[in-house]
Design a protein around this ligand. Structure first.
Ligand SMILES: Nc1nc2c(ncn2[C@@H]2O[C@H](COP(=O)(O)OP(=O)(O)O)[C@@H](O)[C@H]2O)c(=O)[nH]1
Ligand SMILES: Nc1ncnc2c1ncn2[C@@H]1O[C@H](COP(=O)(O)OP(=O)(O)O)[C@@H](O)[C@H]1O
Length: 226
């Protein structure tokens, strides 16, 4: 029986977390939980947390820690018997500390992509809102302009990918992520990947995960098998 494997992927907006998470989920069978998708589901469903979150996201600001942890932790408990990959959470030291007290992580992947590359990618990012499928007009365009390949439904652009919110988001990310990255570095579970291309980064992530997922559980982090 495979043991439960818990991973986090971090990186600034546009660094390829969603794209790489999808490849990880497909290749290694981890359940992918994206904080951004989860927030947007809550916004669409008009939950209390969703309404509150919307006011921050629109301005390019992070959603407050207590709102994020109240949303995400119950969801993690629901999938506790499955191996998972968290994408977009934790983003702040306070979130990392709450996650730390809830579970032990096996691996943290940090994506390091130059600022100019990020700005360029996000300008061209289009989403199919119902599935979360991500397109890029240059990197992976839809087969037919403006519509989802699978359903034929229209694609949209996130409010927060539009120019006004973008620079604030990128700047803010750097300040807030540093202590989180330092924390995971000090725990010895941080793996950083630097490049301008997802296709260059992917083989390195894939081989690192192949080794880690089959490795025996470290005694300090023993987790139940299922
Ligand atoms: N040009 C280019 N675009 C990419 C690459 N990797 C991802 N993208 C696109 O860049 C945008 C941001 O990627 P995404 O995975 O959504 O990043 P996230 O914000 O970190 O989750 C999307 O439109 C992707 O299709 C790449 O290597 N080159
Ligand atoms: N862990 C988090 N803490 C606070 N806010 C978050 C978190 N995850 C997502 N958000 C909010 O949702 C927005 C969209 O998130 P996401 O889809 O992950 O996009 P990106 O990776 O492109 O920022 C973020 O800009 C932020 O406002």
């Amino acid at each position: 029986m495979a043991r439960i494997f818990r991973a986090v992927i971090m990186g600034p907006p546009g660094s390829g977390k969603g794209t790489i998470s999808e490849r990880i989920a497909r290749t290694f069978g981890l359940q992918h939980l994206s904080s951004g998708d989860f927030l947007r589901e809550n916004i669409d469903a008009r939950t209390e947390a969703g309404k509150l979150a919307k006011t921050y996201i629109k301005k390019g600001l992070l959603v407050p820690d207590h709102v994020m942890t109240r949303l995400l932790l119950p969801r993690l408990e629901e999938i506790a018997r499955h191996s998972w990959l968290l994408d977009g959470f934790p983003r702040t030291l306070a979130q990392a500390q709450v996650l730390n007290s809830a579970c032990d992580l096996d691996v943290v992947i940090s994506l390091n992509v130059p600022f100019e590359t990020l700005k360029e990618r996000l300008r061209h990012r289009w989403i199919h809102p119902a599935s979360g499928r991500v397109y890029n007009l240059v990197f992976n365009p839809p087969r037919v302009k403006g519509v989802d390949d699978i359903t034929g439904e229209p694609l949209i652009q996130h409010e927060d990918d539009k120019a006004e919110a973008l620079v604030a988001r990128l700047r803010h990310y750097k300040d807030v992520a540093k202590p989180v990255i330092d924390l995971y570095k000090s725990k010895g579970i941080l793996h950083t990947f630097s490049d301008t291309d997802t296709d260059h980064i992917w083989p390195h992530i894939s081989s690192m995960l192949s080794v880690k997922i089959t490795a025996p559980t470290p005694s300090a982090q023993s987790t139940p098998t299922h």
